[in-house]
Design a protein around this ligand. Structure first.
Ligand SMILES: NC(=O)c1ccc[n+]([C@@H]2O[C@H](COP(=O)([O-])OP(=O)(O)OC[C@H]3O[C@@H](n4cnc5c(N)ncnc54)[C@H](OP(=O)(O)O)[C@@H]3O)[C@@H](O)[C@H]2O)c1
Length: 253
């Protein structure tokens, strides 16, 4: 991936951050995007200290202008765009369908679903203009397939990403741009820690982890490896697809 350029949203934390580090370790120039600039700046400093090249851009993926600027910054800084990973996402507020406030539903949809749409819109435009193809990986979830009580907003946003990814693949495939959906299972990140606090340690250890075939949560580095595979030439015939990396959780539920 030397001299190729990767743009990663949600890079201030968790899966996005590990993915940015993994791309940099493979020699790619990396643009990291999220709302929290300090976290991005410290990630850039650590990539550069390890001999890589990286640049940060403060971005709100739910805002069209901000996303357009993110892509423009990438092209201005590194001159091309080869790989995009759309990892920005929130778990939002959990609540029953009869109680969940409309604004909480909208917030989750605006970041997880519309945000991914906006990112692909500008990312794909830049890739098409360059005419060199590319690979886009959106981040779904095991909840792209499975619902749970109080999860309607998050689950719907993640189900929607299957349709968005598949439609984008159908449009962009003929132009040499592959689009796939990586669906993580339980992965130890700040989002995971917030959810673990909600369910409680006892339920997490005795009720949830035993449902994973591998009997453990995944690491963000394990998601990053699968994401890099979906961007690499090793997956040259994979597009419009979902790749579930969940230690066996989905088939248990
Ligand atoms: N961890 C899991 O168990 C798990 C399982 C399945 C799927 N996922 C999915 O994996 C992705 C990454 O999650 P994670 O576990 O790494 O969570 P995380 O540690 O909370 O990271 C989420 C990232 O999204 C960014 N973000 C949120 N809203 C944003 C916005 N409006 N604009 C730009 N960036 C925004 C956050 O940065 P700022 O706050 O700085 O903006 C942060 O960098 C999410 O899509 C999540 O749904 C996670």
């Amino acid at each position: 991936m030397k001299d190729k350029v990767a743009l990663i949203t949600g890079a201030s934390s968790g899966i996005g951050k590990s993915t940015a580090e993994a791309f940099a370790a493979k020699g790619a120039n990396v643009v990291v995007a999220a709302r929290r600039k300090e976290e991005l700046d410290s990630l850039v400093a650590s990539i550069v200290a390890n001999g890589g090249k990286a640049s940060a851009i403060q971005t709100d993926v739910s805002n069209s202008k901000s996303v357009e600027e993110m892509v423009a910054h990438t092209i201005k800084t590194f001159g091309r765009l080869d790989y995009c990973v759309n990892s920005a996402g929130i778990e939002g507020v959990f609540g029953s369908v009869i109680d969940l406030p409309e604004e909480d539903w909208d917030k989750v949809m605006n970041i997880n679903l519309k945000g991914t749409f906006l990112c692909m819109k500008y990312q794909a435009k830049a890739m098409i203009k360059a005419g060199k193809g590319g690979s886009i990986v959106n981040i779904g979830s095991v909840n792209s397939f499975l619902g749970f009580p109080t999860g309607s907003a998050y689950v719907t946003s993640k189900h929607g990403l299957i349709g968005l990814t598949s439609s984008a693949s159908a449009e962009l495939g003929p132009l040499g741009i592959r689009v796939n959906l990586l669906c993580p299972g339980i992965t130890v990140t700040p989002m995971h820690d917030r959810l673990r606090d909600i369910v409680g340690d006892d339920m997490y250890d005795k009720g949830i982890i035993p449902t994973v075939h591998l009997q453990r949560a995944g690491k963000p580095e394990e998601m990053a490896k699968a994401i890099l595979f979906l961007c690499s030439e090793d997956s040259s015939y994979i597009s419009g697809s979902t790749l579930t990396v969940d230690g066996g959780l989905t088939l248990t539920m």
